[in-house]
Design a protein around this ligand. Structure first.
Ligand code: UTP
Length: 288
């Protein structure tokens, strides 16, 4: 079945980037000249996704506003012949069909995904975490859809994380299949050192089937008192297995201060308009 729907959970509180996120959602953090979530929506659209549900909460209306048309601004840009700007502004609102729903309380990522039940219906769908920007040659979401088409199981995008950091992530029990493909048969969220299954962790992307909603409805709060998506995916992993794609691409965690700075610096260095100037600026700082 062709995957055309995606869910972007963006209702987290973003406490790791306070006070900036008190008013500005982390998903709207600018990376040079585009908010983080626009990179994610562009990735989904480039992967063949046509319909995207964004899970927000009160205080995140500016996400919806960003992807709306702005006729006044467009007219002004047209008048002053700033055509490329005008294209950039209207492109943001035309990338895909966007839908919004509110998670009324931040009860965890699993709970956020369960809010998508009626939007998804009975189809497999992609999940792109709203605070994970991934830059790659083939869009990561597409890499995962390809693996879904080939193996017919749920899919997660994963990478190995440093040993000392795995306790802050989820850990996957894996066995190799081919090249960058593995099979996951169990997983644990934020493992203590003695419970680490591997250094592979889900990083921001997955393909799920609609049976996840039934499982989520029976999933009790887990780590941190939140309904964890990994607790629900664990049931599928143990039952049928989940395909793991060790994806090609560079991931930036926009939910962390360091991740935001890494994304800004690296994207500025390759930006067609300011890349050269920014490189020279960094050189002249004589930092190293
Ligand atoms: P995170 O755990 O990174 O988000 O969730 P958070 O809760 O905002 O993080 P803190 O407060 O800095 O620790 C991963 C993704 O799931 C979404 C977040 O917006 C992010 O995109 N999420 C998380 C929800 O939509 N709802 C939730 O209740 C929790």
């Amino acid at each position: 079945m062709k995957i055309t729907k995606a869910v972007i959970p963006a209702a987290g509180l973003g406490t790791r980037v306070l006070p900036a996120t008190k008013v500005l959602p982390k998903e709207m953090m600018p990376i040079v000249d585009k908010p983080a979530i626009q990179y994610i929506i562009e990735e989904a659209a480039a992967s063949g996704i046509t319909d995207i549900l964004i899970i927000t909460n009160r205080g995140k209306e500016i996400i919806e506003n960003h992807f709306d048309r702005c006729p006044e601004l467009e007219r002004n840009l047209q008048k002053s012949r700033k055509t490329h700007m005008m294209e950039a502004v209207s492109f943001a609102s035309d990338i895909a069909n966007l839908y919004f729903i509110r998670q009324k309380e931040a009860k965890g990522l699993g709970h956020a995904i369960s809010c998508a039940k009626s939007f998804i219906g009975n189809e497999p769908f992609a999940v792109l975490y709203g605070d994970d920007v991934i830059i790659s040659e083939t869009p990561v979401c597409r890499q995962l859809i390809n693996a879904f088409d080939k193996y017919g199981l749920c899919v997660v995008g994963a990478k190995q994380v440093p040993k000392e950091k795995i306790v802050n992530y989820g850990s996957l029990k894996v066995e190799p299949i081919e090249k960058n493909i593995l099979k996951c048969t169990d997983m644990i969220e934020k493992p203590t050192k003695d419970k680490i299954m591997s250094l592979y962790s889900i990083l921001g992307r997955c393909i799920l089937t609609p049976d996840i909603f039934d499982i989520l409805s029976k999933t009790p709060p887990g780590y941190g008192g939140e309904i964890q998506l990994t607790d629900a995916m664990k049931v599928i992993a143990r039952q049928d297995g989940i395909t793991v794609v060790d994806f090609e691409g560079k991931r930036y965690d926009i939910g962390s201060k360091l991740g935001i700075m890494q994304a800004c610096v690296e994207m500025a260095l390759i930006h067609p308009e300011i890349g050269e100037d920014f490189k020279n600026y960094l050189k002249n700082l004589n930092l190293i």
